[in-house]
Design a protein around this ligand. Structure first.
Ligand SMILES: [Zn+2]
Length: 626
């Protein structure tokens, strides 16, 4: 909780914000380490230094007072600290409790402050937390990740976290991805004085370069040979300017990636520069809940699944998990499995158009599910829902073992939960192998209808004949969905994906006859004359009306409770009293207070709404006075 930091934009755990100092600092930012020590002429952030040599609290207080007098309230003072290597257990530190107990609450200081924090340590009330020993964690992915997650869970979400002595152009994207807001140029300066030229693609010794792979102001005007001939101090000045420029350029790129919602795609490539960064990416996906809580329910942009780690990214894992846990198929007896198509939604692709045409009048008897990497399985009703209509992937025709295992695992889990009388698979190649694996594991039978090609006349008529013969067999119960039921099922599946069990509250017939109006995909759900929800085709989720929100109130899921006020526009975090911890950024939410009922879209997670004291929590769409 701080008056001096505001988050403006989020992309998972990464965020863009500003430290409200003079001058204002846009985060993520790089502090100049040399500037931190300038106590005589302070910039926006100064470091009061170590207190190893200080004898009493009074002496410390006087020290801080002196700095504050010179700096004014626009400067953040990093309070005196006593840093230990993280390897020293916290118990041993108790011996110096007298000094470490010193904190901003004990002082009369009124301006912004920063404090050192270690895992297991008690976070003091402050405006910037500094990760103790961050510099020792390079090459130790496990330790870094554990530390960031523990510290982030200890401190309020709307405070900035500073990892000193760690930033290099090659790693800042990854550090920011995990939630670091503030970095410094210590490592870049040390590199400069060691004749090391930094790039986002790695480090080079100056004398190993034939040309400069950079066109920054200093690089554009010289060559490695010219710089190599300069005296040591001049070389260091040159390298320092370039290294600093490279850090800033990379940071600008990272901020642009956050604004575009594509930081994940960037780090999936960028992490290959160092093994510890690749390890961080992979270990981060195992820490599912830390990232999942922060990753939005949908994005406006395309999801690129071009690496093997795309299989474990949050959006993919969450989609598979919700299909397994929340989705229920319609009551149909025949399942038809199709392969995915490059064009999205699948049903408008050429191949799927042909499949649909081939099924003809028998289509109302079958439930369609699409097999795909990396999403696993996509029921036809969810083909519009993020990220099913939003991903693109490298197609080679060759599936690696990991992809096959993942997709067949998804299919197996689905088929062991939902039973069909007959399963037809119009697939070939790896898709067929996937079906065969799932079938043999579950001991079920699947009929294959492709004949070397999926869209040849022969294959398509084979598909038609197979489904027809099942539909005309004596044991077939003729369960089907007519056009009206099909549309209802479509909207219900999306509601379940989005709201889980609570979707049933929207689909109870008590308040009036349910109907879905509007042509695909612009469906609207009505109960009698009341419109309950609208399907938003861009990301395949429902936007609730106030009437829909009223029905959804019962179980208090996706609910944000606010204080006794009538909102005008956005709801700010300080006005939130309670919020469902299941809420993710971009989720459709219901807002309830004594004076108003509203619907809107979450800007932050439920957890963050409750713990934050600044920032927009919900973008409100409709308000009803109570
Ligand atoms: Zn340069």
């Amino acid at each position: 909780m701080t008056r001096y930091f505001e988050i403006e934009q989020r992309d998972g755990a990464a965020r863009i914000g500003k430290l409200l100092l003079s001058p204002e600092l846009r985060t993520p930012c790089i502090l100049s380490t040399a500037e931190l020590g300038k106590l005589e002429n302070p910039g926006p952030v100064v470091d009061a230094g170590s207190f190893w040599g200080v004898k009493s609290d009074v002496e410390l207080e006087t020290h801080i007072k002196q700095i504050r007098e010179k700096a004014g309230n626009g400067t953040l003072i990093i309070l005196p600290h006593q840093a230990y290597p993280p390897a020293i257990p916290i118990e041993s530190l108790r011996k110096v409790e007298k000094f470490t107990a010193f904190n901003s609450e004990n002082t009369e200081d009124t301006g912004p402050t920063g404090s050192l924090l270690r895992v297991g340590g008690k976070p003091e009330k402050t405006d910037l937390y500094i990760m103790e020993g961050a510099g020792t964690m390079e090459n130790n992915a496990r330790r870094f990740l554990k530390t960031v997650i523990e510290l982030r869970n200890q401190i309020p979400p709307d405070t900035a976290l500073y990892a000193p002595n760690l930033a290099l152009p090659e790693n800042i994207a990854m550090l920011v991805y995990f939630g670091i807001d503030v970095l410094d140029d210590t490592r870049a300066e040390i590199a400069a004085y060691s004749d090391i030229y930094l790039t986002a693609a790695g480090r080079f010794y100056l004398d190993s370069l034939t040309e400069f792979p950079c066109r920054c102001r200093v690089c554009a005007e010289s060559t490695p040979v010219e710089i190599g001939k300069l005296p040591k101090i001049e070389r260091a000045k040159f390298l320092s300017a370039h290294n600093r420029n490279t850090l800033e350029a990379e940071l600008s790129l990272v901020r642009e990636r956050i604004r575009a919602g594509t930081l994940r795609e960037y780090i999936e490539g960028q992490c290959r520069v160092r093994p510890w960064l690749t390890a961080l990416l992979r270990l981060g996906d195992f820490e599912y809940s830390y990232l999942e809580e922060r990753v939005p329910a949908f994005r406006q942009n395309q999801l690129l699944a071009d690496t093997s780690e795309a299989l474990s990214r949050i959006e993919v894992a969450r989609f598979a998990q919700r299909i397994q846990e929340r989705y229920t198929p319609p009551e149909l007896e025949i399942l038809v499995l199709f392969p995915c198509a490059a064009k999205k939604p699948y049903s408008i692709s050429q191949s799927h158009q042909k499949f649909i045409l081939a099924l003809g009048k028998y289509r109302k008897f079958v439930h369609e599910v699409i097999l795909t990497s990396p999403l696993g399985i996509v029921p036809r009703e969810l083909e519009l829902t993020y990220p099913a209509a939003h991903y693109d992937t490298a197609v080679t025709g060759h599936w690696d073992e990991e992809e096959k295992a993942w997709v067949s695992g998804c299919l197996e889990a689905y088929l062991s939960k939902h039973r069909y009388k007959a399963i037809v698979a119009h697939v070939e190649g790896a898709y067929r192998e996937i079906c065969e694996r799932a079938a043999s594991k579950l001991g079920i039978e699947i009929v294959y209808t492709a004949t070397g090609s999926l869209v040849s006349m022969e294959a398509l008529s084979n598909l038609k004949r197979t489904v027809e013969s099942i539909c005309t067999s004596e044991s077939f119960s003729k369960k089907s969905l007519n056009a009206e039921e099909d549309k209802k099922n479509f909207v219900r599946a999306i509601a379940e994906y989005q709201f889980g069990e609570d979707a049933a509250l929207l689909f109870c017939e008590e308040t009036g006859k349910l109907a879905v109006k509007g042509r695909f995909p612009k469906h609207q759900l009505f109960s009698g004359k009341k419109q309950l929800a609208t399907l938003v085709p861009q990301y395949g989720m429902l936007a609730l009306s106030l009437e829909g929100a009223e029905l959804m109130l019962k179980n208090e899921k996706y609910l944000v409770k606010i204080d006794d006020f009538l909102p005008r526009g956005s709801i700010l975090a300080p006005g939130v009293t309670e919020a469902d911890p299941g809420i993710r950024p971009n989720d459709e939410v219901i807002v309830l207070g004594k004076k108003a009922l509203c619907v809107g879209r979450a800007v932050m997670s439920g957890e963050e709404m409750v713990k934050s004291s600044r920032g927009v929590a919900v973008d409100v769409r409709h308000i009803k006075k109570l």
